[in-house]
Design a protein around this ligand. Sequence first.
Ligand code: NAD
Length: 302
Amino acid sequence: MKVLVTGGAGFIGSHLVDRLVEEGYEVIVVDNLSTGRRENVNPQAWLHVADLKDPDWAVGVSADVVFHFAANPEVRAEPRVHFEENVVATFNVLEWARVSGVKTVVFASSSTVYGDARVMPTPEDYPLEPVSVYGAAKAAGEVMCATYARLYGVRCLALRYANVVGPRLRHGALYDFLMKLRKKPEELEVLGDGTQRKSYLHVEEAVEATLRAWRKFEEVGEPYLALNVGNVDSLTVLDVAGLVAEVMGVAPVIKAGGASSDCRSSYLSVEKISKLAGWRPRLSSADSVRRAVRELLEELES
Ligand code: NAD
């Protein structure tokens, strides 16, 4: 089976590619290398450098299944950037899937589609009320996926990930803290007041969840399905800062500053994926963060 991974030179996508190659799939990576890196791409996968904003991005490419992981994941990017990188690019992937007869698209969505949910852990049937343009772009991507599934038979599985951490991560609070503390171990400024609460999942577990959910999705008949992929506990931003410092063996003065552009709290229910695909996270949020920091330090120092 031929599997296409968009964003396969980035963080989660490259780990997914490694697993797919390991399991014997023929893997094609499409990435414009805007933030992704060539060295992240498994040498047994074929890398097609192209920009998904270009409607002709897929010239010479074919696949049975698409894992659409390319995006601009920086919540603070300009609204137009989110529209182009996250809405137009997703539309171009779906349109290509329709025209070329791809049967299944797995779409990397996000917990940010729920915004500041009032129910936690948040189940999948909670209304989509994003509080960032990034979250809105993911919600728009989901609606397009569901519509392509209904209209054109391009079946789609949307996976709403919580914060994923691990080697090759190059964005988000954990990476930002680690880089700041390497430069200046005596102090650390965190965005917002530091009490924002999220759950954290190690990338190895996120990839396991992705593959289990996809395989189950191929067995069931539904045209469209959305599943949360998160952890069963959560941490505040201050907790994460403390854990990063602990693993690095430093004791910074932690200062809260600036406005946070993200939702205040997010904590996903994983009951649905657990029942459907038999997946539950094994590491706690704190252990996922600790392991990711150790791995990133090793990676950055090698
Ligand atoms: P990442 O930035 O590491 O990877 C994204 C990849 O997409 C990069 O390699 C980049 O070069 C590529 N890309 C971006 N725009 C492109 C374009 N127009 N054409 C072709 N390639 C393009 O991000 P990530 O953390 O690996 O996230 C992967 C997916 O998971 C994204 O869709 C993201 O929104 C989603 N997600 C991530 C997290 C997380 O915690 N990392 C949480 C929820 C959802």
